[in-house]
Design a protein around this ligand. Sequence first.
Ligand code: AMP
Ligand code: MG
Length: 320
Amino acid sequence: MPHSPPMYTHYTDDPVEAAKFISSDKLVVFPTETVYGLGGNALSVAAVESIYEAKRRPSSNPLIVHVGAIADLSRVVKEITPSAHAFMEAFFPGPITLVLPRHPSLPKVVSGGLDTIAIRMPSLPVSLRFLRAVGFPVAAPSANLSGRPSATTWRSAAEDLDGRVSCILRGPNAIVGLESTVVDCTGRSPILLRSGAVSLDALSSVVSDISTDAPNISRSPGLRYHHYAPSARVCIISTPDEAAPGDHAGYIGLAPPDSDAQFKKCVVARDVEEYSHNLFEFFRECDRSGVTMIYCQSLAETGLAYALMDRIKRAAKAAK
Ligand code: AMP
Ligand code: MG
């Protein structure tokens, strides 16, 4: 792939100004309630190809198409299946992505060549203002370089993408902090492909026969790739006394470590929401400050903690 020279990145707080860049096939980083997104016109092959390039993402790993209005889906999906209808009614706009049959006129490159397409409507008001000002569907993976932890603040997105995108729309730190729940709604029974803030219990209360069968790679290509990994090693522990404190160690969890245990970086979260909200920024903060071993306290895998532990386990498994 040819190496493009760095470009000038414009910073703004105005979603309407940011929307103008997308309209001319440029790339824009924008905030959502889950993580920051790296957006381009989903209807333009050139814009979509430049997303993969800016992020250094393999083009076989499909993108999520974001919309600000249900009407925008008519150019993206071939049909809205009954389970998708039910989930949209219950959770749109919100931290959930639905996989549906792809509209034949939508460029194949958006979904890595698959005949399905992932769609989402974020709930953060500034995301909706931005998407509605754009007026067409926006393809957007997480705003990080491939393999790095997702960016949950505009500064972290800028750390990876300044000079690689035309505009960064500065918004609040992501409230959830973990990527969206992904559900395949193309078959008779929906399948959970990636856990997130919309929990399995919440999904089951809407469509009772949702399955969690380990999806095969052809169904969820993202599973093929390493995700969410800081440069430091990640070690999962049950209680903080299992960690080896020190100048190159970090700890994040709900239980406070002993007062004499000194960590270079330490976050004691109040609850699983705060733990999830902080996780990726903590990973990045540890990398910035030379931490080489990050200890994460494990939680019982229910509700949001199921998604949190999924991300922590992937980070712990990633090859260093
Ligand atoms: P990201 O945008 O970085 O949060 O990653 C998007 C996730 O959604 C990846 O895990 C993709 O594999 C998954 N995804 C996107 N489109 C599809 C699709 N058409 N079928 C299955 N999974 C998808
Ligand atoms: Mg990602």
